[in-house]
Write a protein that binds this ligand. Structure first.
Ligand code: ATP
Ligand code: MG
Length: 346
């Protein structure tokens, strides 16, 4: 009987990268899971406050994310969907894990650096880090480890960018279990989606991201057919003629070819697709049109359901409460063992 856990930050409407790299995988795992598999999907608001954001939007973003998760096909009678901050055990375990986690390891993580637009080789003791790095952003991976471990998840479906955080979570298990001579925490396995990283449409060396300042860099699950087409047609490519698949030399074009391959009904790889359909004489514009149409075909039913769910305020309120209740129960079983091992509580 496995436990599947994953999370997403309420930092805006999810985009195509979130969908292909994570959400679609969540739905597939839900739909194919054995009856005794527990599934939990968290809207991680405590993670969202690690970065500055406009005031007054977090609550709205959480509701929008809840509606989006329902729209992509998560079923609250099968999957536990909840706001992280409604389950205090996540923060409690975060503190406990932080007492056996290594700052040296956190220092090597790249996410805090990319969030602050610092180079990957910058360290905690650099002046740039001292000026801008908040402790919460630095210890983000410990909270993420707590999210996973507090439910004793066995499998965690995430995008490629989260791979090192999952390794860190396993390190937290080793440190904790060793320090306290217990085996109560379980090392989770990373499940990478076949679509690892969808790149930004504006700067194709960066991943598509909810918090990128340029809204044209990402396609939202709620974008109209018109908006999708505009963004794809304006996607940054290069000045070379024709279409080829070369992620290093031609990242912009290759990102589009990957998207075309992903939505290809025959399931061909990018290389096979270029060979079969994008030979000499086929324009970049034709590739872009094809991608825009395929993306719209996939997203149209999702954006319709999203609008329907968002209009049902009371339904979402009720589901939020029910999800939190189930998640608290799930976490409490682990926390009893953890408190016992650490000698906390009465
Ligand atoms: P933010 O910019 O606020 O960090 P994000 O777009 O990175 O937002 P997250 O909430 O951090 O989204 O991540 C949610 C899930 O989506 C994670 O599993 C992550 O690996 C996946 N993911 C995020 N961006 C991409 C992408 N461009 N391609 C594939 N998967 C992605
Ligand atoms: Mg992210």
């Amino acid at each position: 009987p496995g436990v599947i856990f994953s999370g997403i930050q309420p930092t805006g409407v999810p985009h195509l990268g979130n969908y292909l790299g994570a959400l679609q995988q969540w739905r597939r795992m839900q739909d194919s899971a054995a009856a005794d598999t527990k599934l939990l999907f968290s809207i991680v608001d405590l993670h969202a406050i690690t970065m500055p954001r406009p005031r007054g939007l977090l609550r709205q973003w959480k509701r929008e994310m809840f509606a989006a998760l329902l729209a992509i096909g998560l079923d609250p009678s099968r999957s536990i969907i909840f706001y992280q901050s409604m389950v205090p055990a996540h923060s409690e375990l975060q503190w406990i894990l932080s007492c056996t986690a290594s700052t040296g390891y956190l220092n090597r993580m790249t996410q805090w650096k990319s969030k602050l637009s610092l180079k990957d080789n910058v360290s905690l003791s650099s002046n740039e880090a001292k000026q801008t790095l908040k402790h919460g952003l630095f210890s983000y991976p410990i909270l993420q480890a707590a999210d996973i471990l507090v439910h004793r998840a066995t499998h965690v479906p995430v995008g490629e960018d989260q791979r090192q955080h999952l390794e860190f979570a396993r390190e937290c298990v080793t440190n904790f279990n060793h320090t306290y001579g217990t085996s109560c925490l379980v090392a989770p396995e990373t499940i990478l989606s076949p679509v690892k990283r969808v790149m930004s449409l504006r700067s194709p060396l960066q991943k598509m991201s909810k918090s990128d300042a340029d809204a044209t860099s990402r396609i939202l699950l709620t974008d109209s057919a018109h908006a999708i087409k505009n963004k794809v047609l304006k996607a940054v490519t290069d000045s070379q003629d024709g279409i080829s698949y070369d992620p290093v030399g031609r990242p912009g074009v290759s990102n589009l070819v990957e998207l075309a391959s992903y939505f290809d009904a025959a399931g061909r790889t990018p290389e096979q697709l270029v060979e079969a359909e994008f030979g000499a004489g086929v324009s970049l514009k034709a590739l872009k049109n094809r991608v825009a149409e395929a993306v719209d075909a996939e997203l149209a039913p999702i954006r319709e359901r999203y609008a329907e769910y968002l209009a049902k305020g009371e339904l979402i309120d009720r589901l939020v409460e029910e999800g939190a209740e189930k998640a608290r129960e799930s976490a409490e079983g682990t926390m009893r063992l953890v408190r016992e091992a650490v000698e906390l509580g009465a």
